[in-house]
Write a protein that binds this ligand. Structure first.
Ligand code: F3S
Length: 756
């Protein structure tokens, strides 16, 4: 085991050596100013002889790196192993952060996780050693924080098998969350495909002050753009206000661009980024980035005339921006803290807070914890303690050791904080909460990024609100959403005021450098044996999906018609199911558990059109159809598959016989994942056709053999009375993706091409 990855800075410097030349070529062709996002995309673009069309053409890229977390890495690496390569084609890291369950505190929770997940960690470590992958052991940190500290660099392009990979945009990197199957493309050296995104420009002006922080920028933007407002777009920040935010505050903002459905978000290179690079041991990189600054920021003409360069421009004045709280249940339900109490009463949300949680990949920087600790210090001086459980998740061992050394953890613990492991924990449902019975309405406040029902604790009764760490800490002191702590807190009959939080952006004494937990890639892993137990319930090697036939697309029953939101959490629940990530059959028992079916009374159930049985759990129903040789269709509404990048939400439907997913619109990552697994993603040409579909209808695609890029697909519906009607559906498959489809999956095609 080593302290730090030694090779990361060299890789970035090698890329910088060619950056100017790469951009000169494209400037010559385009002869127009470029935004930062365009510069990064073009610098990694595979030129196929025609220029990209934003929002329309699918383009190929060669990313600089891949990062994977332990939950998604299992299936991605199982897929990678099938491709028969000796080592990964680009620098890659695996981070053990998602499988640690939060219960009592860091040390004990980590000890238990190392026991319960031993075979998964052994598998990941052995695959990493065999195939040249850097390995971050459990307790070393959360993927996005570790990437920011060691790998992210201005102007780079990376992909990560996690939705919040865009966190690295805080250091000027274009970092995109993908499914495991996309990661496999890059790991095997194939170009990675992405629809060339459109662009939203967010102009920041003014300087934040008082309680306002970077978090409030993204909470406000979520309220303005909504959870689907960023779909198909890169959000690029510009304007004088960007320089008033630290690199880690920028990372919080780009992290949560995922909540808006954005492909990714990015900030221009500036001195705040250079300072962060220097403090994290990358002074050579900072110096080179300074020299290349014009190539790591948007052209001046773009920022001077943003309406001509971006598809949409939003302006946020940081000087007048108030601290915000969003939620419950969705991050775009935004309002200033000052309006929260009235809103909570008006909607009947539970006013009493049951828990306050800070940290996670989104908000656990030195500055974040410093601001929260400043609030805690004031509270302690006033004789106050947190009135509710107050949990702190450091983002990495490097940050944890540093905030411990500098007394910030002690400040938080002095008002009653419990420090959890440096891992995802309650942010991903890995929270063994024992204070509230399932289904009981209750409220919690976090500084995390996501707040779908069940997201944090698996409890549908939990109302999760989100704010900055300092605001969450202040609410921990009142324990109530209807008491605004920023306006004063009642102590012994008197109202006391807290001063706005102040903290250092970076540790004056530097980060604690011994913080480790890293094993670098082996030079030659040929002799390493990958560890999978024969009787494992957690891991199993993959069998190829069969290639489809014309008959597979005739007379398909509708397994469910999802009403309202159908996120990847609804399709493939996380929480306890994460345990089976590497075992496709086992995890598929969670299929559509959380989905609301327009054809059933209870979520997660459906009607068996063969036996006429109602209320059948959807995974069981899908297995029953499959056992009868019958495929099925799932129907959905808008932004189907929003949420995370987990490919199980595509693999399980495929494994249990799903042929077609027919929706009003898709979330980008999920649509790509369906294509990779050989499920046909279709959208209604007329969105009104969603309403016409009935419980006993059968769906046929008579012309599926003619599937071609850009050509609509005729769909025939036969009702229970035998009558038929026809509609058209659209698809976005490229010629290559149609090859995947007919091969049964992208992986099938990859394996076939790799065979001599
Ligand atoms: Fe983990 Fe939550 Fe971030 S699950 S990677 S801490 S969004």
């Amino acid at each position: 085991m080593e302290k730090f990855p030694a090779d990361a800075e060299d890789g970035a410097l090698a890329y910088y050596a060619h950056l100017e030349a790469r951009l000169a070529g494209i400037r010559e062709r385009l002869r127009r100013p470029l935004s930062l996002a365009e510069k990064i995309l073009f610098a990694h673009w595979v030129d196929r002889g025609r220029l990209p069309v934003p929002g329309a053409s699918t383009e190929a890229f060669h990313p600089d790196r891949v990062a994977m977390q332990d939950a998604t890495a299992q299936m991605a690496l199982l897929q990678f192993m099938s491709a028969g390569r000796a080592e990964v084609a680009v620098p890659t890291t695996v981070h053990c952060d998602h499988l640690i369950r939060a219960r009592v505190g860091a040390r004990e929770d980590l000890r238990i996780a190392e026991g319960t997940n031993e075979e998964v960690y052994a598998f990941l470590a052995s695959v990493a050693a065999k195939y040249g992958i850097g390995f971050w052991q459990p307790g070393s940190g959360i993927i996005h924080q570790v990437v920011l500290e060691h790998y992210a660099f201005p102007g780079g392009l990376m992909i990560g098998t996690d939705s919040h990979t865009p966190n690295a945009g805080g250091l000027g990197m274009l970092a995109i969350g993908v499914g495991g199957a996309d990661a496999v493309d890059v790991l095997v050296g194939m170009p990675w495909e992405l629809q060339w995104p459109k662009r939203i420009g967010v102009r920041l002006v003014g300087r934040p002050s008082g309680w306002t922080s970077g978090k409030d920028v993204i909470l406000r933007l979520a309220g303005l753009l909504t959870t689907s407002g960023g779909t198909g777009h890169i959000i690029e920040y510009f304007g004088p206000g960007t320089a008033s935010l630290s690199a880690t505050a920028k990372a919080t903002i780009t992290n949560m661009g995922a909540e808006l459905g954005a492909t990714t978000s990015v900030f221009p290179f500036d001195e705040r980024m250079a300072a962060y690079l220097e403090k994290t041991g990358r002074a050579r990189l900072a110096a080179r980035a300074r020299a290349l600054a014009p190539h790591l920021t948007a052209d001046a003409e773009v920022t001077a005339h943003p309406d001509e360069a971006f598809d949409r421009v939003v302006t946020i004045d940081l000087a007048t921006l108030e601290p915000h709280v969003v939620g419950p249940h969705t991050p775009d339900l935004a309002r200033p803290v000052s309006a929260l109490a009235d809103d909570v009463r008006a909607h009947g949300y539970p006013e009493t807070l049951q828990a306050a949680l800070i940290g996670s990949c989104t908000n656990s920087s030195y500055e974040d914890i410093g601001r929260a600790a400043h609030v805690a210090r004031q509270a302690r001086a006033l004789g106050m303690k947190a009135r509710i459980p107050f949990l702190v998740t450091p983002g990495s061992e490097q940050v944890r050791a540093t905030i411990e050394r500098d007394g910030l953890l002690a400040d938080l613990e002095a008002i009653g904080a419990t420090v959890l492991a440096n891992a995802c924990g309650p942010c991903i449902g890995q929270w063994q909460r024992e204070d509230v019975a399932a289904g009981t309405p209750n409220s919690i406040l976090t500084s995390y990024n996501r707040n779908f029902p069940r997201r944090n604790d698996g409890n549908p009764g939990t109302h999760a609100f989100i704010a900055s760490p300092e605001v969450v800490t202040a609410y921990a002191l009142t324990g109530s959403l209807s008491e605004n702590p920023l306006a004063g807190i009642a102590v012994d009959g008197k109202i006391v005021s807290l001063a706005p939080p102040v903290a250092d952006e970076l540790p004056a004494a530097g980060f604690v450098a011994e913080a480790g937990g890293y094993t670098s890639p082996r030079e030659d892993g040929a002799a390493v044996t990958v560890q999978i137990r024969a009787d494992s319930e957690r891991l199993s090697l993959l069998a190829p999906f069969p290639a489809p036939t014309l008959e597979d697309f005739q007379g398909l029953p509708i397994l469910l018609k999802a009403a309202g939101k159908c996120t990847t959490d609804h399709i493939s629940a996380a929480g306890p199911w994460l345990k089976y990530r590497g075992h496709l059959d086992r995890i598929s028992d969670n299929l559509f558990m959380g989905a609301t079916n327009a054809f059933a009374d209870a979520p997660g159930t459906g009607f068996d059109v063969v036996t006429q049985e109602a209320g059948v759990p959807l995974a069981r129903l899908a297995r029953a159809y499959k056992a009868r040789g019958l495929g099925w269709v799932a129907v959905g509404d808008v932004n189907y598959g929003e949420g995370s990048s987990r490919e199980h939400a595509a693999m399980s439907p495929r494994y249990l016989g799903g042929r077609v997913i027919l929706v009003r619109s898709f979330a980008r990552i999920h649509e790509t994942n369906l294509k990779k697994q050989g499920v046909l993603p279709l959208t209604f040409a007329d969105p009104g056709d969603y309403d016409r579909l009935k419980r006993d209808d059968r769906v046929s695609l008579p012309d599926i053999r003619a599937l071609a890029p850009g050509v609509p697909v005729p769909v025939v519906i036969r009702g229970a009375d035998g009558g038929t009607w026809e509609m058209r559906a659209h698809h976005t498959l490229t010629a290559e993706q149609i090859h995947w489809f007919w091969a049964g999956s992208a992986l099938n095609l990859m394996g076939a091409r790799a065979r001599p």
